[in-house]
Design a protein around this ligand. Structure first.
Ligand code: SAM
Length: 244
């Protein structure tokens, strides 16, 4: 992770503005909606008892989700402060460094880790994945987001405009599988998210000029149902492999 990004997250102003700035508008609001839906569906299906939302920020990804034991962990107290009082009732905030987690081995059934792994370089990701693997029970699961190296050219230009200062690792399904296997995980599913960025961009402009009210929402909902060969990202679920 770049030093500038590390500093940015420590800033209380960043914490306060994080949700509205990062997810308050198209196309990023689409990522927010469908990432959260994927995590909620996974929790509904697998019924994990103990869940860790790692590098949780203001608790975006697990907001409104109810589990028997939920831990929100972040290195920055300003971010944890933002999670308090939002829809993560019952989740316990813990100030923790992802490189050295203050939890026993085999504690969690599920670790969610969004907008975090991808901002790190390879050796850092390996360390964090090692810690996640350690705190997961055997066959426990990890859910995270990964960017598609083969996203459309439009999406790549759009992303570069918005995230030029941030390292964002990109994968093909094959390179993702290689990295995860090497770190002791078996990929179970890739759920595409933000499938038609160009269409959402056009809908956004139309809506701004007050043409076709409701077009935006309907186009996004339709778009996310239509498979694209070039989705922007995936929600990845992976299971802890028996051996490393
Ligand atoms: C881009 S935000 C992601 C927040 C949330 N997971 C989401 O998807 O919206 C990255 C978060 O990682 C936290 N962070 C940065 N370095 C960390 C570390 N070493 N250990 C734990 N959290 C860290 C930051 O404070 C920030 O809240």
């Amino acid at each position: 992770m770049s030093e500038s990004l590390r500093r940015l997250y420590k800033d209380p102003q960043t914490a306060a503005r994080y949700l509205s700035e990062r997810f308050g508008r198209l196309p990023w609001s689409v990522a927010d909606k469908y990432e959260r839906a994927a995590v909620a569906a996974l929790i509904e299906k697998c019924r994990p008892r103990k869940v860790l939302d790692l590098a949780c920020g203001p608790g975006r990804i697990t907001e409104g989700v109810s589990v028997p034991l939920g831990i929100l962990a972040d290195a920055n107290t300003a971010m944890l402060g933002e999670s308090a009082g939002r829809g993560n009732g019952g989740w316990r905030p813990v100030c923790a460094d992802a490189f050295s987690l203050p939890f026993h081995d085999s504690t969690f059934d599920l670790v969610c880790c969004f907008r975090f792994l991808r901002h790190h370089y390879k050796t850092e990701r390996e360390k964090i994945l090692g810690e996640i693997r350690r705190v997961l029970v055997p066959a426990g699961r990890l859910a995270f987001d990964a960017l598609n190296a083969k996203m459309s050219k439009f999406a790549a230009r759009y992303a570069a405009l918005n995230e030029s200062k941030i390292h964002d690792e990109k994968y093909t399904p094959e390179t993702l599988k290689q990295e995860m296997t090497a770190c002791g995980f078996e990929i179970e599913s890739l759920t595409p998210v933000m499938q038609h960025l160009r269409a959402y961009h056009i809908a956004n402009i139309a809506a701004r000029h007050r043409f076709f009210p409701g077009l935006r929402r309907r186009l996004v909902e339709l778009g996310e149902r239509l498979p694209s060969r070039f989705p922007f990202s995936w929600v990845v679920t992976a299971a802890k492999a028996v051996t490393l």
